[in-house]
Design a protein around this ligand. Structure first.
Ligand code: GLP
Length: 261
């Protein structure tokens, strides 16, 4: 359904901005708020459903969760859905986002249930057709688990959310996408060379992501400033996918000074 900026739903949306001194402080605040939100949720429902971003930005947050908050709640009652990954990259490959989540979050915190989008976890094969079915089932699983309670997002410097690049429809679902050159360049810092970075990826769509009940968006560093300011202060537009957060869930932006001033 198309979004209407002036509908009562949109006007009731809450958007909070926290500008923290630096990356560490941003991560600490994010950890406190996330744990607080999860604990509250778990007092009123048996499970909390989360979607967590991979990428450089939330690394410190995840490390803090493991080091400081492992015993703060029953992580076995957390259900994790993967947000995005490179296309045709094995789960065993340390560069894959599936590996990242398993290594940094799922195993260290002993998260109860996890669902990976990574193509090699799809039962069938790498064939695009059967993988598309897998993605439809993935969306159904999210609904069956009660919908997404919390998302932790990073943001691309071009404003992408997950791997929803500029131009993605606000109604988009889980799908295979082609990455922008700027994203490939940006993510090449995690690879030995830019030619190793996959040119395609898989991502939950903006429609699914925007239905989360609570969203945290983290951003650090001056290369994120224009995307962060654009999505908080600029128009809601497909050319800046993260601007959808202005008209969707209750979102808290937690950014460091460099990403704002
Ligand atoms: C990556 C991922 C996103 C992530 C964003 C920012 O490519 N697709 O899920 O949030 O881009 O990444 P980073 O935190 O490494 O800057």
């Amino acid at each position: 359904m198309p979004f209407d900026l002036f509908s009562p739903d949109c006007l009731s949306i809450k958007l909070n901005l926290r500008v923290e001194e630096n990356y560490l402080k941003m991560s600490q605040v994010a950890a406190e708020l996330l744990v607080c939100e999860l604990r509250n949720l778990l007092t009123i429902k048996p499970k909390a459903v989360v979607v967590l971003s991979a990428g450089g930005t939330p690394e410190m947050l995840y490390s803090l969760l493991v080091r400081k908050y492992k015993d703060s709640l029953d992580w076995r009652r957390v259900v994790l859905f993967q947000m995005d990954d490179y296309w045709e990259m094995s789960v065993q490959n340390p560069k894959s986002m599936a590996y990242y989540l398993l290594d940094k979050i799922v195993y260290p915190l002993n998260i109860g249930t996890h669902y990976l989008l990574n193509v090699f976890t799809a039962k069938s094969t790498k064939l695009v057709e059967s993988y598309t079915e897998f993605l439809d089932e993935f969306e159904e699983k999210i609904i069956a688990e009660g919908g997404i309670d919390i998302i932790v997002h990073g943001i691309g410097s071009n404003g992408h959310l997950g791997f929803n690049e500029p131009g993605s429809s606000f109604d988009s679902k889980a799908r295979i996408v082609t990455l922008e050159k700027s994203t490939i360049l940006e993510n090449s810092r995690f690879f030995n060379s830019i030619t190793e970075v996959p040119t395609q990826a898989v991502t939950l769509g903006l429609n699914t992501l925007s239905k989360a009940r609570k969203i945290f968006l983290l951003a650090s560093g001056k290369n994120k400033k224009s995307a962060v300011r654009g999505c908080i202060l600029g128009p809601v537009t497909k050319s800046l996918p993260a601007s959808i957060l202005r008209i969707s869930s209750s979102t808290t932006f937690i950014v460091d000074k460099e990403a704002w001033f």
